[in-house]
Design a binder for this molecule. Structure first.
Ligand SMILES: CC(C)(COP(=O)(O)OP(=O)(O)OC[C@H]1O[C@@H](n2cnc3c(N)ncnc32)[C@H](O)[C@@H]1OP(=O)(O)O)[C@@H](O)C(=O)NCCC(=O)NCCS
Length: 178
């Protein structure tokens, strides 16, 4: 666990992808190809928000959101093994939720493996609650996905919840696409 050094959050760029793919490869199960990350970054329609967290100039985590209709869908989030449990994902999720609030998108959703205690703990802190199960959703091991939603993230109450998380990293507030 490496917690030394200030975290900063910046838009994900092509130049970050080598490190992003390396971190993505540390987790179990399905990974994203570089081509998929590139396709997400290459969209010119302002429906995506991808961010990386850096510590001492090095990418230590990443996260992404896509906007569809009135909702935001968190598509991916991961922290480098060596930097886990040091607030990286909390900082990244704060950046995504801040982007959603800026866009006046009030409902956020995601899928998570039913056994992923770390992610479930993270999402709980952001007010995500289970709303359904997709049976056998993950093709690598047939595991169920829990569908989580966080509602009213644009509210003042939710703003207080975010503030209570105490993220002090520099989170870039503008430049929502890629
Ligand atoms: C899930 C993941 C992104 C969390 O990243 P992280 O940077 O370590 O998370 P944070 O340090 O911000 O932790 C925030 C909270 O999440 C929960 N959490 C994180 N890791 C945990 C663990 N190993 N066990 C239990 N809870 C955990 C805790 O509630 C934690 O708060 P606390 O440290 O104050 O108790 C990381 O474990 C990871 O990259 N996992 C592999 C990829 C993945 O599963 N992504 C989610 C896909 S839906």
């Amino acid at each position: 666990m490496t917690s030394a050094g200030t975290l900063e959050v910046v838009p994900m760029r092509r130049r970050h992808l080598r490190q992003v793919v390396r971190i993505d490869g540390q987790q179990d199960g399905e990974r994203w190809s570089p081509a998929l990350f590139l396709a997400e970054l290459g969209r010119g329609d302002d429906t995506r928000c991808y961010r990386v967290a850096r510590r001492a100039g090095r990418v230590v985590g990443f996260a992404g959101m896509l906007y569809a209709g009135d909702d935001g869908h968190i598509t991916t989030i991961a922290t480098d093994d060596a930097h886990r449990r040091t607030g990286v994902a909390t900082t990244l999720l704060t950046a995504l939720v801040t982007d959603a609030r800026r866009r006046q998108v009030a409902a956020l959703t995601l899928e998570v493996r039913a056994s992923n205690e770390a992610a479930l703990g993270l999402y709980r802190q952001f007010g995500f609650a289970p709303a359904g199960v997709r049976k056998g959703y993950y093709s690598d091991n047939g595991e169920d996905a829990l569908v989580l939603w966080a509602q009213d993230v644009t509210s003042d109450d939710y703003g207080r919840r975010l503030a209570a998380l105490g993220v002090t990293a520099e989170v870039e507030a503008t430049g929502s696409a890629s």
